[in-house]
Ligand binder design. Structure first.
Ligand code: HPA
Length: 234
């Protein structure tokens, strides 16, 4: 048990998928895992462990934003020895060629700041995905025929942004989408020698102002979960 995760050590698998939303963790575990059981309910941040094609998998909510994700990822890495951490979540599209429902595999995650800023100080560390996971996820997405983009994303600290010029700079530099967690996951994986990837579904679009209708969300998020699971065990 840790401060924020009420599971015994053996209840957490070496492979952990991390959606922001704890109810999405429940849905993904019930939909894709065999013998899924709830292993964490502390603060309602639900976590489940089961198997996928015989492989043990944990799906643990991270909450929204990098400070929240940092708490769960730190405890999963330090106390539960998680080896592979894959964020599954939504993002806002930032390029015209990126459509609603498309999948983005985040090769890098640019930021204004992360919880790791205190240690990096004047350094601009470049948080990046594990190449093996990235490559396997790309192959899985191609095999499923899911429209997929690989490139840089922006991990923002705010959803309600008072600095639209920052988004504009990211778009000018080819950034594909904006979310709020991946950069710190990549920082922590680098620091502790673990594998990390963010697989994201475009749920809304900053340029076209489209949004994924609620009825379509499950199918789109399901593609993302299957891509993440296939990548983890390729
Ligand atoms: N901004 C930040 N995070 C997000 C967004 C967004 O537009 N969409 C989904 N996650």
């Amino acid at each position: 048990m840790t401060i924020h995760i009420g599971a015994d050590k053996e209840d957490i698998a070496p492979t952990v998928l991390m959606p922001g939303d704890p109810y999405r963790a429940k849905w993904a575990a019930e939909t894709f895992l065999q013998d899924a059981r709830c292993i964490n309910q502390v603060r309602g941040m639900l976590g489940f462990t089961g198997t996928w094609h015989g492989h043990p998998v944990t799906i643990q909510g991270s909450g929204m934003g990098m400070p929240s994700l940092s708490i769960y990822a730190n405890e999963l890495i330090r106390d539960y020895d998680a080896q592979t951490l894959i964020r599954i979540g939504s993002c806002g599209g930032m390029q015209e060629h990126v459509g609603i429902r498309d999948v983005i595999l985040a090769m890098t995650a640019s930021t204004l700041s992360t919880p790791s800023r205190g240690i990096f100080k004047e350094l601009n560390f470049a948080p990046c995905a594990d190449f093996g996971l990235l490559s396997a996820a790309h192959q899985a997405a191609m095999a499923k025929g899911v429209p997929t983009h690989v490139g840089g994303i922006y991990s923002s600290d705010v959803f309600y942004d008072e600095r639209p010029d920052l988004n504009e700079q990211m778009m000018r530099h080819g950034i594909l989408g904006v979310e709020m967690e991946a950069a710190e996951l990549y920082n922590l994986a680098a620091r502790h020698g673990r594998r990390a990837l963010a697989v994201l579904t475009v749920s809304d679009h900053l340029l076209t102002h489209e949004a994924l209708p609620a009825a379509d969300r499950e199918r789109s998020f399901g593609d993302m979960v299957e891509i993440a699971l296939t990548a983890a065990f390729t």
